[in-house]
Design a protein around this ligand. Structure first.
Ligand code: NAD
Ligand code: DAU
Length: 355
């Protein structure tokens, strides 16, 4: 049985990956600090499963990471842990530097120091991989007709979040170039699916609509994102981990570009169909608000490399995937209630009250 040290495995994408890996027969050591977006409810189906070992802690804790590597001898490390929300990075950039830059750097050093002491000829040392999960935002913003981002696009991060992720990507790359540490990087587009913390557009709009609250659309709503189902993303990550070429980057996208206003209107139509409301159509709740500072206009990913080299392409189509996602939030009332805790309310007031 192979062992994967997953960081940030209680978050939205990390928990999807952990559930998938355990189901496929891997043992997972899940290191997560449980910040506001870390949620043990995401992992409730693994309670009592001895192939999931949860450890609450920080990727920036060198001794803890070393202890976990020495104790569990992971075949792979997959780093999801991060501060992930652009709007929060605009208000508190240093939190992003601490985890995304310094945390990733310490994690790399702790894992590498353990890896360096492994027997050179051992299968563990030869097959070990460190995969860093990153974002398309490191490439900056596209204009309407621009070609989509590829692995060769120059970095041009615009927000404190994307600047911190770009920096972490550079550290990972440097560990490969300087020490020959067997790293891989993935840069992907906007994820959607079950268990996403409702500060992000799709769950925020869905849950606000159900409470008949305003649906805040930044600026004109014309900004474009390329939506990728979280399960497709996790499949791609696992493929890169097992079959990718060390030292390389792979771009992962959903081939589903949509304007924000299209996404919000589609959610409203799905809700009109699944739970019509006597007070009127959900679209009536749409409310254009002050734009995000430095709001990137468009992201889009060209996934030709991962398709040609590893045979991956997204399986979900956005129309069906979005409907199933909205239905998941309707069907999981306990999860929704728990996630909308005190911290969540504080964030909503901070970001939207004076917008
Ligand atoms: P998330 O905010 O839902 O989850 C982040 C997880 O990391 C949480 O469980 C949190 O507790 C944990 N964490 C935060 N700081 C930590 C620390 N110092 N030590 C250990 N754990 C810590 O984020 P997500 O949407 O699941 O994103 C996961 C990764 O994927 C991030 O690296 C993000 O940059 C990247 N990514 C996300 C998207 C997206 O659309 N959500 C797209 C591209 C890339
Ligand atoms: O592109 C990948 C990135 O996607 C990831 O790296 C980030 O971790 C992830 O959060 C996401 O970033 P975005 O900023 O694109 O996602 P968000 O859901 O915050 O916003 C999506 C779009 O919707 C964006 O153009 C801003 C807009 N928006 C967002 C919110 C929260 C609104 O119009 N209203 C809102 O209330």
């Amino acid at each position: 049985m192979k062992t994967i040290l997953v960081t940030g495995g209680a978050g939205f994408i990390g928990s999807c990956y952990v559930l998938m890996a355990v189901k496929q027969g891997f043992r997972v050591i899940n290191l997560d600090k449980l910040t506001y977006s870390g949620n043990m409810d995401n992992l409730s189906s693994l309670v009592g499963n001895e192939n999931h070992i949860f450890v609450q802690g920080d990727i920036g804790n060198y001794e803890l990471v070393q202890y976990l590597c020495k104790t569990y001898q992971p075949d792979y490390v997959v780093n999801f842990a991060a501060e992930s929300h652009v709007d929060r990075s605009i208000i508190d950039p240093e939190a992003f530097v601490r985890t995304n830059v310094l945390g990733t750097s310490i994690l790399l050093r702790a894992v590498k120091d353990w890896y360096d002491l492994l027997d050179n000829n051992s299968a563990l040392q030869q097959n070990f991989r460190f995969l860093h999960v990153s974002t398309d935002e490191v490439y900056g913003a596209l204009k309407p007709g621009d070609p989509a981002f590829t692995e060769k696009t120059a970095f041009a991060p615009n927000s404190p979040y994307s600047a911190s992720k770009a920096s972490s990507d550079h550290f990972v790359r440097a560990y490969f170039e300087t020490y020959g540490f067997p790293c891989l990087i993935t840069n992907c587009s906007n994820n959607y699916g079950p268990r996403q913390f409702p500060e992000k557009l799709i769950p925020l709009v869905t849950l606000n609509a159900l409470k008949r609250q305003k649906l805040p659309v930044y600026g004109t709503g014309e900004n474009i994102r390329d939506w990728l189902h979280v399960e497709d993303h996790c499949d791609a990550i696992h493929l890169v981990l097992e079959k990718g070429k060390i030292g390389e980057t792979y771009c992962i996208g959903g081939n589903s570009e949509r304007t924000n206003i299209e996404v919000v209107r589609t959610i409203c139509q799905i809700l009109d169909e699944l739970c019509p409301h006597q007070d009127g159509k959900y679209e009536e709740l749409i409310h254009f608000v002050t734009d995000r500072l430095g709001h990137d206009f468009r992201y889009a990913i060209n996934c030709t490399k991962i398709k040609n080299e590893l045979g991956w392409s997204p399986k979900h189509n956005f129309t069906d995937g979005l409907k199933a996602t909205v239905k998941w939030y309707l069907d999981n009332k306990a999860w929704v209630e728990n996630v909308q805790s005190g911290e969540y309310r504080r964030w909503i007031d901070k970001n939207y009250l004076h917008r």
